[in-house]
Design a protein around this ligand. Structure first.
Ligand code: ATP
Length: 127
């Protein structure tokens, strides 16, 4: 998912380009503004954290682009390309390292396991 900061900063094309350059396959894509209830479901695992409200406020603050990306070991490859959660700790050369400066606006979200990928595909694409 390209988060609202990516859309606001007009970085959609540059970030998608990186996935395509890596030869990953984008097989589904859409733009939407996430409703609050969906955001709370998406970030359910963080519901007891003190940053939960600001996370939900941020992710619902503007349009996002959601994609299904395919490729061998796509989950670990994409997460490697994204870099650490905190952009100040993310390596240069990663998306968060190159474009980010703070959380929660760290540009991109990616599923961290096959289970979360399935769950998130269901949430966003209904299949
Ligand atoms: N300490 C924090 N303060 C503020 N926001 C945070 C903090 N930790 C995480 N977040 C926000 O919550 C999101 C989800 O946190 P998580 O630990 O799942 O990180 P991640 O797996 O790297 O990110 P994502 O789930 O978005 O791919 C982060 O991407 C970030 O936007």
């Amino acid at each position: 998912m390209l988060k609202p900061d990516t859309v606001r900063r007009k970085l959609i094309g540059r970030i998608i380009q990186r996935f395509e350059d890596k030869r990953l396959e984008i097989v589904e894509m859409k733009m939407l503004k996430i409703p609050k209830e969906l955001a709370e479901k998406l970030y359910e695992e963080h519901k007891n954290k003190d940053f939960f409200k600001s996370l939900v406020d941020f992710i619902t603050s503007g349009r996002v682009v959601v994609m299904v990306i395919e490729g061998e070991n796509a989950i670990s490859v994409v997460r490697k390309m994204i870099g650490k959660t905190n952009p100040l700790e993310a390596e240069m050369g990663t998306i968060r390292g190159d474009f980010g400066y703070s959380t929660p606006d760290n540009l991109v979200h990616a599923s961290d396991s096959q289970e979360s990928a399935k769950r998130e595909m269901q949430l966003f694409f209904g299949k």
